[in-house]
Design a protein around this ligand. Structure first.
Ligand code: CTP
Length: 399
């Protein structure tokens, strides 16, 4: 799986460092060569001897170790790997990376490298959720750093929440995926996401509760399979995905214009929750109460249906057009009718009855409706739904 891949494994100083020994074993079992680097505080948790024995390699520890510099300088060490994995990536290491500090071997290697870097963060839940760590994470993601985890669960300190290091198996999977085939390389995929805002006046608008979570996860999963993604998003609360081309819009009409301008594409996935009507009587100035008790008279018009418009393009229609359907009753029957009405190839239907907790939640239970029938998937995280869908899209475009 990882035969011949050279992994530089930087082990940070946290209680999860003990799992890194297992990680070395799993990486080697998958065929990788592992060169470990220990930070000074990591040595409080694992010994250089055990690390070296498991890796069957020299362990690098200090920046000013002259023997190391004579053998292999830190620049060369940082660039000789196919991937640098930081596990555990502590809050301190992440902060150093985000700031570009280089005051020990690990941080110097991370600053000097031109190789991809994958972090497996691990820390106390409060440290993970602290605005400083979240700010650093955002900076690092923008810089193109990859992450795996952290998981949620009970922690060594007794608290519960996100911050636990991903399991060694999950890290090896993420590393394998990184080196894996990129079936969507060279394919252009448009993803719409988030709500739209339809103005009533300069300060008021009609919107909906979409967070953009599913569309964002989908854009990320498609990017990970190598696609060139145009992400057309309304004003969503979710952070924008990195490594994709982001086009910000506000109204349904702007979303249609942006999608049309982004065509041609191999596939278009319409995950946005587009507001169905716009206010044709929208005012250029703020509507005021005049004291008489008279209510504003709003006039509406139906917004263009972006999915149907693209599906029915006489020329330049993407090979695959996918719509979403949020249903509360007769999910499959309604989604099948919608597939026909809109002229798209697939509908990803989800059951949004309040008791499912799907709307605004982190999980989704979808039924994929195509012209060959309906396939109900088990309930899983929106990220997993996105990965499964991205794989199906890759299969469809590969045919
Ligand atoms: N859609 C769109 N443009 C619109 C409205 C919807 O592109 N103006 C897309 C959405 O992105 C989604 C699908 O169409 O992919 C949803 O269709 P819609 O008919 O709006 O379904 P629901 O939101 O489920 O609402 P309803 O059941 O009332 O039809």
């Amino acid at each position: 799986m990882l035969a011949g891949k050279r992994i530089l494994l930087i082990i940070g100083g946290g209680i999860a460092a003990y799992k890194s020994l297992d990680l070395i074993r799993e990486l080697r079992r998958a065929g990788a060569d592992v060169t470990p680097v220990l930070t000074k505080s990591a040595e409080e948790f694992v010994t250089p001897l055990s690390t070296s024995a498991l890796a069957a390699s020299k362990v690098y520890r200090k920046l000013f170790d002259l023997t190391d510099e004579a053998e292999m300088g830190h620049i060369e060490l940082s660039r000789s790997a196919d991937l640098i994995v930081v596990a555990p990536a502590t809050a301190d290491l992440m902060a150093k990376m985000a700031q570009g500090l280089a005051n020990d071997l690990a941080s110097t290697l991370l600053l000097a490298t031109d190789t991809d870097v994958m972090l497996a963060p691990a820390m106390n839940v409060r440290m993970w959720e602290h605005p400083a760590t979240q700010r650093n994470l955002k900076t690092l993601l923008r810089d193109g750093v990859l992450t795996v985890g952290p998981d949620e669960g009970e922690m060594a300190c007794g608290e519960f929440g996100p911050g636990r290091m991903a399991t060694p198996i999950a890290i090896v999977d993420a590393v394998s995926e990184h080196f894996g085939p990129r079936p969507l390389a060279g394919k252009h995929v448009i993803v719409t996401s988030g709500p739209t805002h339809e103005p009533i006046d300069p300060v008021r608008y009609i919107a909906n509760r979409s967070s953009g979570a599913q569309g964002t996860a989908l854009a990320t999963a498609l990017r990970d399979l190598g696609a060139n993604v145009s992400f057309v998003t309304g004003p969503a609360s979710q952070d924008r995905p990195t490594g994709v081309s982001v086009i910000e819009v506000e109204t349904a009409q702007e979303m249609l214009d942006a999608v049309s301008a982004t065509l041609p594409a191999d596939a278009a996935i319409f995950a946005a929750a587009v507001v169905d009507w716009r206010v044709t009587s929208a005012s250029d100035s703020k509507i005021k109460k005049d004291g008489s008790g008279a209510l504003p008279q709003l006039e509406f018009a139906e917004n263009p249906d972006i999915l149907a418009t693209v599906s029915r393009r006489p020329e330049g229609r993407p090979k695959l057009v996918v719509g979403f359907a949020a249903e509360t009753d007769d999910v499959v029957a309604n989604a099948t009718a919608k597939l026909k009405r809109k002229g798209c190839d697939w509908i990803v239907a989800n059951d949004v009855r309040p008791e499912t907790g799907i709307m605004g939640g982190s999980e989704n239970a979808v039924t994929l409706v195509t012209d060959t029938g309906a396939d109900s998937w088990p309930r899983m995280s929106k990220t997993e739904v996105a990965r499964a869908l991205a794989n199906r899209i890759a299969d469809a475009l590969g045919d």
